[in-house]
Design a protein around this ligand. Structure first.
Ligand code: SAM
Length: 221
């Protein structure tokens, strides 16, 4: 394994806001489940999850803009997450945490009605049919989110990928969920929210190729 990756893994272990629970630990009962605010953030602010946060630019960018909300970035790639963990640690941001875990295990990490909002930024599209279930906006994943969402919790999706965007619109339609907003090109919609200005590593990559950035938000009930 490259030395830099090993150094990042080692530094992740030193961050007080970086968690990578072992599977056994999740089965035994993750101590913060249902208690993120009382045990970790020590406030009553809304909890916002970013799913597949990569380097964590979005989680950190939102946390800087909205100090009255708590942000948690989730991903499996520890070396990528190190970037966001390091930046937020150096900036002494108190409303950020990172959890290295598969999103499939989300219900072991959060309890009923613990999460106020979800962001999914540039998820892997998994274009082949057998992998549809792996899409982070598939009905299976929405069921997992629903179990931990507060009533009225909003899910935001930002993506370059037209297939995944259309797929998500279909899921929303099939489940009869309220679609609050959607655009096939955020740059042509001056009305889109301020937070759309935060650009992740993957967003920059697709913008450089001239791909329009799509965005939608919906609620889970
Ligand atoms: C294309 S990258 C986008 C990263 C970041 N959101 C960005 O915009 O730069 C997708 C990320 O989702 C993560 N990911 C995909 N499926 C996941 C899963 N089931 N559990 C945890 N992370 C996942 C990958 O590890 C990867 O970092």
């Amino acid at each position: 394994m490259p030395k830099r990756k090993l150094e990042r893994f080692a530094e992740n272990k030193t961050f007080p806001h970086f968690f990578q629970p072992h599977y056994d630990e999740l089965l035994e009962g993750f101590p913060f489940r249902g208690k993120w605010n009382s045990m970790f953030f020590k406030n009553d602010f809304p909890i916002v999850l970013e799913l597949g946060c990569g380097k964590g630019e979005f989680t950190v960018g939102l946390a800087q803009r909205f100090p009255e909300k708590n942000y948690i970035g989730m991903d499996v790639k520890g070396a990528r997450m190190w970037r966001g963990a390091k930046t937020s640690h150096q900036s002494e941001l108190k409303n950020v945490a990172f959890v290295r875990s598969k999103i499939q295990g989300i219900n072991f990490l959060f309890d009923t009605e613990e999460v106020d909002e979800f962001w999914i930024t540039f998820p892997d599209p998994h274009p082949n049919k057998p992998r549809t279930k792996k899409r982070l906006t598939s009905p299976d994943f929405l069921d997992r989110y629903r179990k931990i969402a507060k009533p009225g919790a909003v899910v935001h999706l930002k993506t370059d990928n037209a297939m995944l965007f259309d797929y998500t619109l279909d899921v929303i339609r099939e489940q009869n969920l309220p679609l609050l907003f959607h655009t096939f090109d955020v740059d042509k919609n001056p009305g889109t929210e301020l937070v759309l200005e935060i650009r992740t590593f993957y967003e920059e990559m697709f913008r450089n190729k001239g791909v329009p950035i799509k965005y939608l938000k919906f609620t889970l009930q």
